[in-house]
Design a protein around this ligand. Sequence first.
Ligand code: GRF
Length: 195
Amino acid sequence: MNIAVFVSGNGTNLQAIIDAISRGEINAKVSLVVCNNEAAYALTRAKKAGIETFVKSHKGFKTRADYDREITKELKKRNIELVVLAGFMRLLSPNFVKKYRNKIINIHPSLLPAFKGTHAIKDAFESGEKTTGVTVHFVDEELDHGPIILQEKVNIEKNDTLETLEEKIHKVEHKLYPKAIKLFVRRQSDNVNED
Ligand code: GRF
């Protein structure tokens, strides 16, 4: 199965996926990394792993849909069957979501539906809650919303700082995302075998 990973920043989740594939844990290939930020360290990780990249800022495009159409062309060329959002800091257009319905997944650093948005770890830390966590879910038209694939709890201990909590969350993300992708890939191949 051909996978595209969409990134905007550091790319530690991209790295975890690359590593899980190279250990033989997921029967798929990252065929493309899509990025809207040419300074993203994720691009260095992709290049080191010999993965093709499509780097384009959204800035020159009039609408979200125009930008997404450009990306769709690249996905089609490579027969992409799964889109993995890994810190991609852009909302996708409804048209794109429709085209790839049930084929786009996202990772979010909270137990959704709690703490949606870009400051999920900080918001949970400041809320006084004793637990937060990580969610992998299918993407629909709403932000940080859609059918949940996997969730894992992370305790917020009394002696945690925002930094230690972030570390714990990222550690869980790097296990949970490859696990969810593995489930998706397996389910697809089971469906194909049943046909
Ligand atoms: C992760 O915390 C993820 O949950 C969120 O964005 C962050 C991306 O980190 N959606 P990285 O670029 O994979 O290191």
